[in-house]
Design a protein around this ligand. Structure first.
Ligand code: FDA
Length: 571
């Protein structure tokens, strides 16, 4: 292996990496190597079990990245999970297949990424998808699942749909009736993947509906193609850094790796090195390779190859909390209810117009606070532009401002929820020149007060759902947090004690190698090439310039599909 040479090296055999490796290796005369730190989880029941969400957490296929103490959120650190396996985080995620509001992807273009808009990305959502029509699965009768064929792909690699574990006892319909009975109803939305997410929907998942097992990136993009002689995968192999050609231009010529036997070696790339190690790893690999903020690099004795100070900045995630209520009915644990509501600002906030006006006044101060928290590496005026776009998305385009999930198990209803578009931004940076050292991850959860307000308001909204018929009649007392812990009518401050002590990362980190114009702090250009390099790209969740209201994987698949086309066109 040690003297091998490939056209392309893809670092990270996860959700995005396997898409790009698959598509590039469709070209018969092109050789592709995937370097993956984890192993195969093809037969791992913690992965395949469609009701096994959480079973892989804390096992050896979970990177379980730890954040710094979160000073704005009570001081505790958080664990941010990510898959360490062929298939990456798609092997441990919640399998929800939910895209974005069209206007959110259009905002990628509005900030300066020409050609990156919903219309151009939709064909790639479809290209990656194989929707399994629920009409062909009799066990879904009565479940209420639905979709609009205009927005789906039926011949792509990733199986999407509903399996035999889908609950079909009428709960979905009762929840819909409840949403329609709210003072400000949340309309029924037949298909939240159409680019319009607002409303109440039954969402599809990445699942093999015939076999009732999880669909992941390896099952979709690798195993059916593993006999391609020009596609190699090195498992249990850790990428340490990019190696560079001598010369004026900054050109990668390989990757230093630590093999499964502990030996270090360099594998050569004649065309490109493509980073797909995830939003909390790809920026750190850039730094280990000398691409980043010279002040940070020099602290660790790393020579600066490209002065690109925003590598690892602009980290955005969401914060996840949950409420629980007693249920009068007992639900079996071998079924799952996958119901989502995406309220717009008008539907979530009782005083949306006034709130919007107040927030607009605060944006310059928010931007200054974010900039000053990172030593003005990102500029307040740029962050203000990002925030104004986000404000327009919320108050003009009326994107969803929260995600409210509902599930039923045993004698309880659980509702996980999060504000969809927090404003707080943090960073991820290397802590050492040792490539295996944990990075310094600081998402700055709840740094800005709108984020707490949205999180508290979503909790109030859930309480309203449980006070509204027919749900009011089906549910008993609130278990978590319970009215004795957070009183009815509690203000944000009173909610914050519960929220800060119980929240977790929503595991949707993005923008750590953001696709943005260089002058706005971008790390990659519209062809996903790292500024200042001639042949290094990032193709994973790191590049998304703004948060999406859906979950990340569908957009990660679509972006990676487009990335592969761009790479093919340019080489
Ligand atoms: P991904 O993590 O998939 O790939 C990175 C790969 O690089 C991994 O295989 C990793 O092992 C490898 N790697 C890292 N460092 C390396 C190194 N130095 N050398 C070699 N290899 C290295 N989304 C969704 O749409 N629906 C959902 O329900 C959920 N639920 C959910 C739950 C949980 C617990 C998590 C953690 C995440 C989700 N998500 C989700 C998010 C979604 O799954 C996630 O954003 C994408 O899968 C990320 O894809 P990437 O390609 O960016 O990274």
């Amino acid at each position: 292996k040690s003297d091998s040479t490939y056209d392309y090296i893809v670092v990270g055999g996860g959700t995005s990496g396997l898409v790009v490796a698959n598509r590039l290796s469709e070209q018969k005369n092109t050789t592709v190597l995937v370097i993956e730190a984890g192993g195969s989880v093809y037969n791992n029941p913690n992965v395949t079990n469609t009701l096994g969400y959480g079973k892989a957490f804390g096992t050896d296929i979970d990177w379980a990245y730890e954040t710094t103490a979160q000073e704005y959120a009570g001081g505790s650190s958080q664990i941010v999970r990510a898959g360490k396996a062929l298939g990456g985080t798609s092997t441990i995620n919640g399998m929800a297949y939910l895209r974005a509001q069209a206007a959110q992807i259009d905002a990628w273009e509005a900030i300066g990424n020409k050609g990156w808009n919903w219309k151009n990305l939709l064909p790639y959502f479809k290209k990656s998808e194989k929707l399994q029509d629920p009409a062909n699965y009799p066990f879904l009768e009565g479940s209420g699942v639905a979709f609009d064929p205009a927005y789906h792909g039926f011949t792509g690699p990733v199986k999407v749909g509903w399996s035999s574990t889908q609950l079909n006892d009428g709960l979905a319909q009762k929840l819909n009736a409840t949403y329609q009975n709210l003072d400000v109803p949340v309309p029924y939305n037949r298909d939240a993947n159409s680019g319009d997410m607002v409303g109440y929907s039954l969402y599809p998942k990445t699942v093999d509906a015939d076999l009732n097992i999880r669909e992941d990136a390896a099952r979709a993009y690798y195993y059916p193609y593993q006999n391609r002689t020009n596609l190699h995968v090195w498992l249990n192999t850790h990428a340490n850094k990019i190696t560079w050609k001598d010369g004026e231009e900054v050109t990668a010529n390989g990757v230093e790796v630590t093999l499964s036997n502990g030996k270090k070696t360099v594998v050569k790339a004649t065309r490109e090195v493509i980073l797909a190690a995830g939003a909390l790893k790809s920026p750190v690999l850039l730094e280990l390779s000398g691409v980043g903020n010279p002040q940070i690099l020099s602290k660790h004795g790393i020579a600066t190859k490209v002065n690109l100070p925003t590598v690892g900045e602009n980290l955005q995630d969401q914060m996840n909390n949950g409420l629980q209520f007693e249920s009068k009915k007992t639900y079996s644990s071998d079924k799952s209810a996958d119901y989502v509501a995406y309220p717009s600002a008008d539907q979530l906030f009782p005083n949306s117009t006034a709130l919007g006006a107040e927030l607009l006044r605060k944006l310059p101060a928010y931007a200054a606070q974010v900039a000053s928290a990172n030593g003005n590496i990102t500029k307040a005026r740029d962050i203000y532009r990002f925030f104004k776009i986000q404000w327009d998305l919320i108050f003009k385009d009326e994107i969803p401002v929260a995600e409210i999930l509902l599930s039923a198990s045993g004698a309880a209803y659980s509702s996980e929820y999060w504000g969809s578009v927090p404003f707080s931004r943090g960073s991820v940076h290397l802590s050492s020149a040792d490539p295996t050292a944990p990075a310094i991850i600081d998402p700055k959860y709840f740094m800005l007060d709108f984020d707490l307000h949205a999180q508290a308001q979503a909790a109030r909204f859930i309480r309203d759902i449980f006070k509204t018929e027919p749900f009011a009649d089906m549910a008993g007392a609130e278990i978590t947090p319970g009215l004795s812990t957070v009183a009815a009518g509690a203000d944000d401050k009173a909610w914050s004690t519960f929220i800060y002590s119980k929240y977790r990362s929503n595991f949707h980190p993005i923008t750590t190698a953001g696709m943005l114009p260089k002058e706005l702090g971008g790390v990659v250009d519209t062809s996903l090439k790292v500024y200042g390099t001639s042949n290094v790209r990032v193709v994973d969740a790191s590049v998304m310039p703004f948060q999406v209201c859906g979950h990340l994987q569908s957009t990660v698949y679509a972006v990676a599909e487009r990335a592969a086309d761009i790479i093919k066109e340019q080489s």
